[in-house]
Design a binder for this molecule. Structure first.
Ligand SMILES: NC(=O)c1ccc[n+]([C@@H]2O[C@H](COP(=O)([O-])OP(=O)(O)OC[C@H]3O[C@@H](n4cnc5c(N)ncnc54)[C@H](OP(=O)(O)O)[C@@H]3O)[C@@H](O)[C@H]2O)c1
Length: 338
């Protein structure tokens, strides 16, 4: 590994209070040192995902003591390796990696993560695409896999103009699972139609419920993936034939899931949840390695993400506000070297 000089101090974004973009501050702080089974990554790019927005508002699945560096996902180069990292640590030294961490995060010049969460990037995958190559691509693979294994030929996906929604559509085409999109604005209907999505419904249309019901019955749709929560799962359940299932994987409306118990009791319909970490946890190491290789090969096609805007670390609070104000049409990236 080429010796890289690691400075004592770095620029980082810290969350001082669980107050969204208002709680963020750009500071100088010591560069972390990799502990046992950890690597130190010099961050090239970090993404902003809905999970980051939920985290900085204190609405994610866990909280960390403040101050903490947010940013669950990004990419960079492994510049130092901690003790007890074994063969994997030696292999990763100097490598370009995608990186996820639940410790201090990636909105910083350097981050540490455990050796298992630094995933080598294919040469063809840029650092920017690499920064978005874990959370959404692996979720797309997982959801299409769940649909296929349960024998569904057509499924619904909500908030379908999202980066993940586009991946589900393209991967579904490859895997012969048609993904019907539900969006909330007419512009998003056009956006998806221009990208080849054949069936798109707008939940703001006055006759949305009827359109949804007709479509579900025509195509025998009994599985819906929902990123919105609130009353959308109930609308989906009501529209689907008996035994329909809604798998909730996001809470974009920030509302609790509301379900009419009659659908659960009398029609054998159900609602469950999906979260990527336990799905990966049920696979063995080899299976996850093969899934990773496969997603890397698809990063320039089915699993590619459009980028709408790039910001420097110092501009992170502005980047978060920009992303909150416009989530459709490409991701907002934080690029420390910019
Ligand atoms: N469970 C898991 O393991 C897992 C893993 C990956 C992703 N996810 C979830 O997948 C979803 C998509 O993520 P992404 O990174 O692909 O998102 P993204 O590219 O940032 O796009 C978000 C989309 O959601 C729409 N949206 C926002 N709030 C909405 C609401 N209240 N009702 C309807 N639509 C709304 C936005 O439309 P506007 O432009 O109209 O705001 C935008 O099209 C998120 O909920 C995320 O948390 C879950």
């Amino acid at each position: 590994m080429t010796q890289t000089t690691i400075p004592e101090q770095m620029t980082a974004v810290i969350l001082e209070s669980y107050n969204g973009a208002e709680g963020l501050r750009v500071v100088q702080r010591p560069v972390p040192r990799p502990g046992p089974k950890e690597v130190l990554v010099k961050v090239a790019a970090a993404s902003i995902n809905p999970s980051d927005l939920m985290f900085i508002l204190g609405q994610y699945g866990f909280k960390k003591p403040t101050p903490t560096v947010p940013g669950f996902e990004g990419s960079g180069t492994v510049v130092a390796v901690g003790e007890s990292t074994g063969l994997m640590g030696r292999y990763l030294a100097g490598k370009r990696v995608a990186c996820v961490t639940q410790q201090d995060g990636l909105w910083a010049e350097y981050t540490t993560t455990t050796v298992n969460y630094a995933l080598p990037l294919d040469n063809a995958v840029s650092m920017e695409q690499g920064a978005m190559s874990v959370v959404n691509p692996l979720t797309a693979v997982a959801l299409i896999d769940l649909a296929k294994k349960a024998g569904h030929k057509t499924v619904i996906n909500t908030a379908a103009a999202s980066a993940l929604g586009l991946m589900l559509h393209r991967l579904g085409q490859q895997e012969r699972v048609e993904v019907v999109g539900i969006v909330r604005r007419p512009e998003q209907v056009v956006y998806l139609q221009q990208r080849g999505v054949a069936h798109v419904l707008n939940s703001s249309d006055p006759d949305f419920s009827q359109q949804l019901r007709d479509l579900c019955h025509q195509h025998n749709i009994r599985l819906a993936f929902d990123a919105v929560a609130g009353d959308l799962p109930q609308q989906l359940l009501a529209a689907m034939p008996t035994h329909g299932r809604v798998t909730v994987y996001g809470g974009l409306s920030q509302q609790p899931v509301q379900v009419n118990p009659a659908a659960l009791i009398f029609e054998d319909k159900s609602v469950d949840g999906f979260w990527l970490p336990p799905w990966l946890g049920q696979n063995n190491l080899l299976q996850n390695f093969l899934i990773w290789r496969r997603t890397q090969k698809l990063m320039l096609s089915a699993l590619k993400t459009d980028i709408r805007q790039r910001y420097s670390l110092a501009e992170t609070p502005q980047a978060v506000r920009d992303y909150e104000s416009q989530m459709t049409g490409g991701k907002v990236l934080i690029v420390p070297g910019q």
